[in-house]
Design a protein around this ligand. Structure first.
Ligand SMILES: Nc1ncnc2c1ncn2[C@@H]1O[C@H](COP(=O)(O)OP(=O)(O)OP(=O)(O)O)[C@@H](O)[C@H]1O
Length: 304
């Protein structure tokens, strides 16, 4: 039977020698063909997870499966199918893009023609004699991605590849990754703390918080989950009357910082609420849904 996940972890946990557990039972599932966004704030445990997956850290508890087989019994073969960028790019500034790639091409012993191919794939084919030190940060990131692509991997694992980039650089990298996924069929796992940025490119999301996976699924699943828990903000001129009217309608509202927050009612219940408020002389200053993007979902998930 074909294994549907290129990367999977089961109950992966980790503790550094000097401290508390940093990963608790992480069950990542990266389907073939996905762009999987691994989201979490700084220190949530993304890099530790990715380092474990690549065998850069010694596994303590749980299982890691790459291409459907345990990492430990299949390490070299699995890693030969993975391109990774974990730490910030280590490029030779005094070399051109092609020369940087030549260094690795000799290590990997892949055909020299592959260099021109990957330069083309990442949009650096026209950089000629320009030294890497003079590249923009976005170009440097793309060159690092070219390095990760040199041995024709099926899976790219990128730790915060848009970190430190300006908006144009982020767009460049995002478009490149989408191109690699759609045109070259490469599955991508990308970590980020930039929620708005990643939302535009991922098909699947895993959200990690304090070492635990809070959510995993497709972007559509996440939005659905969010819609089920959608809330709205209500500001009026009279707190007591408003609360009484809402309670009479069976609405569970909370009040803080001069506004009510309540589960999004249906259109009829909303209309009735407004009619009753106005009918009892209460002015409605604001009635608005809480922003429904990944950022809001994430905030919801980490504050609840
Ligand atoms: N070598 C180490 N020794 C001890 N603690 C560590 C080590 N590396 C990471 N940590 C701790 O483990 C936790 C998770 O760190 P990790 O780097 O995995 O988070 P992250 O989500 O990748 O965040 P960032 O984006 O800041 O790298 C943090 O509390 C961090 O301080």
């Amino acid at each position: 039977m074909e294994q549907p996940f290129l990367l999977e972890t089961r109950s992966l946990s980790h503790r550094f020698a000097d401290g508390a557990a940093v990963l608790n039972n992480i069950n990542l599932q990266v389907p073939a063909g996905a762009v999987y966004g691994f989201l979490g704030a700084n220190g949530a445990g993304k890099t530790t997870t990715l380092r474990l997956v690549l065998g850069l850290l010694k596994k303590q508890r749980g299982e890691i499966l790459l291409f459907g087989r345990p990492l430990e019994s299949n390490r070299l073969q699995a890693l030969s199918r993975i391109g990774a960028m974990i730490e910030s790019p280590s490029l030779y500034g005094h070399l051109t893009a092609a020369e940087n790639l030549q260094v690795l091409q000799k290590v990997y012993r892949c055909p020299e023609a592959r260099i021109a191919q990957v330069l083309e794939m990442v949009g650096l084919a026209a950089t000629g004699n320009k030294k890497a030190a003079r590249f923009s940060l976005g170009m440097k990131q793309r060159l690092s991605i070219a390095m990760a692509l040199l041995h024709e991997p099926d899976l790219l694992i990128l730790d915060e590849p848009t970190n430190g980039l300006d908006p144009n650089g982020m767009i460049e990298v995002r478009e490149l990754l989408l191109h690699l996924n759609r045109q070259h069929g490469i599955t991508i796992a990308i970590s980020s703390h930039l929620l708005g940025e990643i939302e535009k490119m991922v098909s699947h999301v895993g959200i990690i918080h304090h070492g635990s996976l809070l959510f995993q699924g497709s972007l559509a699943d996440l939005q659905q989950e969010r819609a089920a828990g959608a809330r709205m903000i209500l500001k009026t001129s009279d707190r007591q009357k408003t609360m009484a009217i809402m309670q009479a309608q069976g609405m569970q509202a909370t009040f803080s910082q001069d506004a009510f927050s309540l589960p999004m009612p249906g259109p009829e219940a909303t209309a009735l609420l407004i009619r009753q408020l106005v009918g009892q002389g209460v002015d409605v200053y604001e009635l608005s849904p809480i922003k429904n993007d990944l950022e809001a979902i994430f905030m919801d998930m980490i504050t609840n």
